[in-house]
Design a protein around this ligand. Structure first.
Ligand SMILES: NC(=O)c1ccc[n+]([C@@H]2O[C@H](COP(=O)([O-])OP(=O)(O)OC[C@H]3O[C@@H](n4cnc5c(N)ncnc54)[C@H](OP(=O)(O)O)[C@@H]3O)[C@@H](O)[C@H]2O)c1
Length: 240
């Protein structure tokens, strides 16, 4: 029997580079997988990248903007109406910034944009979906973050600062929910990730998006019931 059969899982950021591997792993493990994106075309592309596994009725693409409260609540209500429950959220939101300039050169518009995409999106997702997970036996909530949360890198401020905020958001959520049924964990990836987008220059030591998918699918399964309130760091793989 597949380890996540019958579980209803929501993967915001699932149409992104890392998200694709997460969606694939959860579908392979038998879950019902709902994936939002602001763009219908991205969901159609995701469906074609996933291949046969996405032809199942267990793949549920939803057009919507998870960083807007009204859209997030509409998506939550759609999932509850369709399936009557939610078992897990894996939030793989926010992306890299290629601005390559010092923090004093960053405009207010850029600052606001990256706070919204990389931090407020996580806040709205947690605010909207955690309350229904608290009612579900065996539920879990996993946030995906990057090394920039912990390592200051010059000229990457708009990734680092929201990422550090996201890590603290996770730790506050863990502290506030420690007596509830939902297991909350943060996975920080201290490696570049080999994805479809990076395949031409990926290195063998890089963690792949499928590795992250397999790890987070295990984390959401009953086999990981002892992993709760943890900040888990994944580093590059040995190459020999
Ligand atoms: N790629 C790497 O090498 C790497 C390495 C270490 C850690 N990570 C971490 O992995 C996570 C995902 O990164 P990624 O490379 O997969 O990024 P990505 O390809 O840019 O995907 C990011 C996802 O976030 C969503 N998103 C961004 N801004 C949003 C907004 N304002 N409102 C709603 N949704 C928004 C996008 O949704 P739409 O579908 O609507 O566009 C997209 O699906 C991040 O936490 C990152 O730090 C990545």
């Amino acid at each position: 029997m597949s380890k996540l059969a019958g579980k209803v899982v929501f993967i915001p950021g699932g149409a992104g580079n890392v998200g694709e591997g997460i969606v694939r792993a959860f579908l392979k493990a038998g879950a019902i997988v709902a994936v939002p994106s602001r763009k219908a075309e991205k969901l159609e592309e995701l469906r074609s990248y996933l291949g046969d596994i996405a032809t199942t009725e267990r793949f549920i693409p939803i057009v919507g903007e998870i960083s807007r409260v009204d859209d997030a609540e509409r998506i939550r209500d759609q999932i509850l109406q369709q399936f009557g429950k939610l078992d897990a959220v894996i939030a793989s939101l926010g992306g890299w910034w290629f601005g390559n300039k010092s923090i004093t050169e960053v405009s207010i518009t850029e600052w606001q944009q990256y706070l919204d995409s990389n931090l407020t999106s996580h806040f709205i997702t947690a605010r909207t979906f955690l309350p229904i997970l608290r009612e579900q036996k065996g539920a879990s909530y996993t946030l995906i973050g990057g090394a920039a949360a912990e390592v200051p890198i010059p000229n990457v401020s708009l990734v680092s600062i929201p990422a550090a905020g996201q890590l603290m958001l996770a730790q506050v959520l863990i502290a506030e929910n420690k007596n509830s049924a939902v297991r909350i964990n943060e996975v920080i990836i201290h490696s570049w990730v080999a994805t479809r987008a990076s395949q031409e220059h990926s290195q063998p030591s890089w963690i792949t998006s499928d590795d992250i998918g397999e790890f987070t699918a295990w984390l959401a399964s009953d086999a990981a019931s002892m992993v709760n309130g943890s900040v888990l760091r994944l580093y590059e793989k040995p190459t020999m």
